[in-house]
Design a binder for this molecule. Structure first.
Ligand code: 5CA
Ligand code: ZN
Length: 401
């Protein structure tokens, strides 16, 4: 699948402090110190509707993370998938009378355009489920005896993985409940364990299917991400990322499947962004309570203000979107732009250090923004300061002033 063209990230002088990130698996801050290359997998969209601010906030989180690694002189290999065949996509296509593949292509294109506008760094590998079917089939083969049939469908036996449960830390009862709420089928007769997940779904009437040695069918969701991540990053990569709605079952299952197939750890850390709400509920395509990036752009809102509005919330918090957030971000952007355009300002070195410090501690963007606010509100006589702050806002926050 074609990626988008992300921005170039300028290099800054000096060295940032060590980077700490919250890992969902250990529920602790862990050191992120890849040797030379940082490897990142982020779960991509299911393209049946346009990008909303919740998606954008999640992708911005991992954009900030990459900028942290880049600031430390590391190379980043970033892989993201597109779930371009799955139940919600097929249901939407049927309900609206459009071809599922056309719907997926159209919404993926809109997503790319939104990401470009928001200056989100592009993945090196942007990979669809459909183009990865052979990878999925190979990975299912590697699962050996841990895969079994229910009718013509294939399931993964979660008991094959002694470490099952280690990503989410949830107990079996909670897992069972959440599994049912998030696309799983705990009550299907014939499964060894209610939590066992589908890896290959045999062809259903009227649905797309692909020929394979497993029979005609299509990939399960979790194995799709496991296969794509392993192919493009290998095992034991640095960070598996996504929104917190993916901790269980999605990231739990992908990690388990991968561990059983390879005998190696999947990711070193699991990093999750909080959920953005709107009108009192999680913003979601299925509920339809959406604020779309593309609509805001069409109505003339500056993408940099949208970006700033999202960065004003810590990535791990759940928060609700209000129109005022964008107004406040527009005012902040205006203050910053005025401040960097002054003939001189306060020394930039302390503010760059403060921004780095904030982001190094679990990507605390709100604290980073406050540091620039303070610089912008103060007076000083350093003539290069505006240019340095402009460069730092670009490199570390992705904001062009
Ligand atoms: N295709 C799968 C992942 S493999 C999927 O979850 N697609 S999605 O389109 O539903 O979501 C895309 C990304 O946005 C996921 O990382 C998801 O966790 C995140 N996301 C979805 N809704 C929200 C929200 N309201 N707030 C923050 N992030 C969200
Ligand atoms: Zn995924």
């Amino acid at each position: 699948m074609r990626s988008w063209s992300g921005p170039q990230v300028p290099r800054l002088e000096g060295t940032p402090p060590v980077l700490r990130l919250h890992d969902s698996a250990t529920r602790e801050l862990v050191l992120s110190s890849p040797a030379e290359t940082a490897r990142l997998y982020v779960c991509g969209i299911t393209p049946y509707d346009a990008t909303h601010l919740g998606h954008a906030a999640t992708y911005l989180t991992f954009d900030l993370l990459q900028r942290q690694w880049l600031d430390r002189g590391l190379d980043v290999v970033y892989t993201q998938n597109v779930t371009d065949v799955d139940d919600p996509l097929l249901e939407r296509a049927t309900a609206t009378g459009v071809d599922w593949a056309e719907l997926a292509e159209r919404e993926t294109e809109l997503f790319r355009t939104d990401m470009e506008a928001l200056r989100v760094l592009a993945p090196a590998h942007y990979v669809g489920a459909v183009e990865s079917i052979d990878l999925v089939v190979d990975l299912i083969d590697r699962l050996g005896d841990s895969v079994y049939r229910v009718d013509d469908d294939l399931y993964f036996d979660v008991h094959a993985d002694p470490a099952f449960g280690s990503v989410s830390g949830r107990d079996p009862d909670t897992m069972r409940q959440v599994f049912g709420e998030r696309g799983g089928d705990p009550d299907r007769p014939g499964k060894r364990d209610p939590l066992d997940c589908l890896v290959w779904q045999a062809e259903r009437p009227g649905e797309p299917a692909w020929e394979s040695r497993l029979g005609r069918g299509r990939p399960g969701w979790h194995i799709e991400c496991a296969a794509i991540a392993l192919q493009h990053l290998g095992t034991d990569f640095d960070v598996q990322g996504g929104g917190s709605d993916l901790v269980f079952p999605h990231h739990e299952m992908s990690a388990s499947e991968s561990r059983v197939a390879t005998g190696e750890p999947f990711a070193r850390s699991y990093v999750h962004a909080g959920m953005v709400g709107y009108d009192g509920e999680k913003m979601s395509k299925s509920k339809g309570n959406l604020v779309l990036v593309s609509r805001l752009r069409e109505s003339g809102r500056d993408p940099m203000a949208i970006r700033l509005a999202l960065l004003a919330h810590h990535y791990r918090s759940d928060w609700e979107w209000f129109e005022d957030d964008l107004v406040a971000a527009e005012q902040r952007l205006e203050r910053w732009r005025t401040a960097v355009a002054r003939p001189s300002g306060p020394d930039a070195e302390p503010v760059v250090a403060a921004v780095r410090e904030a982001l190094s501690l679990d990507l605390d963007a709100p604290a980073a923004l406050r540091a620039i606010d303070e610089w912008a509100a103060a007076e000083g006589d350093v003539s290069s300061a505006g240019a340095v702050v402009t460069l730092a806002a670009d490199a570390l926050l992705g904001i062009t002033l």
